[in-house]
Design a protein around this ligand. Structure first.
Ligand code: LP5
Ligand code: MN
Length: 266
């Protein structure tokens, strides 16, 4: 018990020790955007894996684990290796790790998953969470008002486009991605907050097509919150996960419910 209390005291801003801990919980994270140029975030994440996720049943990473992923031939660098090794260590302790693609790391493939002992999930994926249905998604596909992004997404999620892109040398791919990143940042500065949020009709259509799960958990918008949706006589909770830019956060779910948890500032 002491181990859990110490762990909570370290990881939570909230002093309430009665909230669900990581012990035997399902943990959900997204939008860490790990990269070598923000080493403190990687350090905080490795600490989270070693001290918090280690107590969980499963860890679900719902996309944008990395700032970007240029291909599985970029696994040898020290930064990527430190994360792969930490995942392997966690998996060897019996914690099941699931990963879903985000809009920045959808080129993660078999090589990474095998090496990190991570199971790749389709977007969306329905899971059973203590007899409740929970639908998991990165969330970008729900931002249907962002037409420029959806057109871009259609292009780069095309398998033929991806295999052509992966034929380029790693360095050239990295340069192309940097160019797209700059363009994306420039275009985002011109878009309204509303356009870059999920579209309510898209959310409702998705929930209906999955027969009204009790929970929808996603990231991408970087607007951590809980939304109650009343839809055709069903009550659905939409959990939006936070990013890890200034403060790491995760959603912990156990048999008593789900609780949004924050790490100390990073
Ligand atoms: O990630 P975030 O939240 O900052 O922004 C997203 C959308 N932007 C993106 C781009 C990624 O951030 C960067 C690329 C990731 C690398 C993927 C690796 C493989 C692809 C290689 C491509 C060369 O996803 C942003 C959304 C925002 O979320 C909110 O939802 O608005 O979308 C954009 O800004 C996209 C622009 O509006 C359109 C960009 C058009 C670029 C067209 C060039 C096509 C040619 C590609 C071939 C080189
Ligand atoms: Mn995203």
């Amino acid at each position: 018990m002491k181990k859990v209390r110490d762990n909570l005291a370290y990881n939570c801003l909230s002093p309430d020790l009665n909230t669900p801990s990581a012990l035997d919980s399902y943990l959900f994270i997204a939008d860490l955007h790990l990269c070598a140029s923000r080493p403190h975030i990687t350090t905080a994440f490795l600490h989270f894996l070693k001290n918090t996720a280690i107590n969980a049943k499963s860890l679900y990473i719902l996309g944008d684990l990395f700032e970007y992923w240029a291909g599985d031939d970029d696994m040898d660098n020290v930064h990527h290796q430190s994360i792969i090794i930490a995942f392997r260590t966690l998996a060897n302790h019996g914690v099941k790790i699931y990963f879903m693609h985000g809009n920045r790391d959808f080129l993660i493939a078999k090589g990474f998953c095998q090496s990190a002992q991570v199971t790749l999930l389709q977007d969306p994926t329905l899971i059973n969470l203590y007899e409740k249905k929970a639908l998991l998604s990165h969330g970008d596909a729900l931002c249907t008002d962002d037409v420029a992004y959806q057109n871009f997404r259609l292009q780069v999620r095309n398998p033929a486009w991806q295999s052509e892109f992966l034929n380029h040398p790693l360095l050239s791919r990295q340069h192309q991605i940097e160019t797209i990143r700059a363009r994306s940042e420039q275009e985002k500065s011109q878009k309204s907050m509303q356009i870059m949020d999920v579209n309510q009709e898209a959310v409702e259509a998705l929930l209906k097509s999955y027969d009204y799960p009790e929970l929808l958990i996603h990231g991408h918008t970087h607007r951590p919150d809980t939304h109650q949706i009343q839809l055709n006589g069903h009550t659905i909770t939409r959990w939006v996960l936070g990013d890890w830019y200034e403060q790491g956060s995760y959603l912990a779910c156990n048999h008593t419910g789900c609780q949004s948890m924050r790490l100390k500032e990073i």
